[in-house]
Design a protein around this ligand. Structure first.
Ligand code: CTP
Length: 224
């Protein structure tokens, strides 16, 4: 935390944050409870260290951190396009809670219920995986950091994502409990990397963000 303010000068830090909204019709969407606070805290911390920071934000109610360039998007498809368009970057933090599925079709008119209709079925299709696409991009950032939100077993799923998505770190959040994860002001991250396992927090998301940047600094001496 006591580092000189310009120690990340010359680095382009790309951060995604917040939820995505997947439209069903002109009035309805599928969303999730991500507040964006963790990703915004990482963007703010990187800017304080002198990095050039681009923040691709889903629909959130948060002010833009000082010194951060922000691009607002709504859907997973828009976030995918916006993030890839911002490469090259030195480090990508994929903190957004991107929808894994989106409606197969978006109707132009509001869906109407029929008399006597008791159920409805919505067909969903997989979204493109932004984190995996950044990690295998020809302009891959030197380090790619993903997040995992789990309500149950944390570590096994996180380690699985580390391998499957070819990323350098996965930060596992516990969601669904007080004082951690979505909407909370505090957080605990269990960070898994190749030969790395560290718990950051519990602490404010700002302090956890700083601790995460410290960890990147300590573990990855090769980051330009
Ligand atoms: N992610 C992404 N694009 C998607 C889906 C997820 O970039 N279409 C990223 C998120 O930003 C996060 C990580 O992948 O960094 C989360 O991985 P994911 O497998 O979606 O985790 P969960 O949502 O926890 O999924 P599951 O419970 O299905 O394992």
């Amino acid at each position: 935390m006591n580092r000189p303010s310009a120690s990340w000068a010359g680095r382009h830090v790309l951060v995604s944050a917040g939820p995505t909204y997947e439209d069903i019709d002109p009035v309805r969407f599928i969303g999730n409870r991500s507040s964006g606070k963790m990703g915004f805290a990482i963007a703010a911390a990187a800017a304080r260290r002198g990095a050039t920071v681009t923040l691709v934000a889903g629909p959130v109610h948060l002010p833009t951190p000082e010194g951060v360039r922000r691009i607002d998007v709504r859907s997973a498809a828009q976030m995918h396009a916006a993030v890839l368009a911002q490469l090259p970057a030195t480090i990508y933090f994929g903190a957004a809670a991107v929808a894994d599925f989106t409606p197969a079709t978006v109707t132009a008119d509001k869906l109407k219920k029929r008399a006597g209709q008791d159920t409805m079925t919505l067909e969903l299709v997989r979204t493109e995986d932004i984190l995996a696409d950044v990690a295998r991009h020809h302009a891959r950032p030197t380090r790619v950091v993903g997040f995992a939100a789990e309500t149950g077993e944390l570590d096994g799923y996180a380690r699985d994502k580390l391998q499957r998505k070819h990323v350098d770190l996965i930060c596992a959040n516990r969601v669904g409990v007080a004082g951690s994860g979505f909407e909370a002001d505090d957080n605990t991250l269990v960070v898994h990397g190749h030969g790395i396992e560290r718990t950051l927090g519990p602490a404010s998301k700002a302090a956890v963000a700083d601790a995460l940047l410290d960890l990147v600094e300590q573990e990855f001496a090769d980051v330009p």
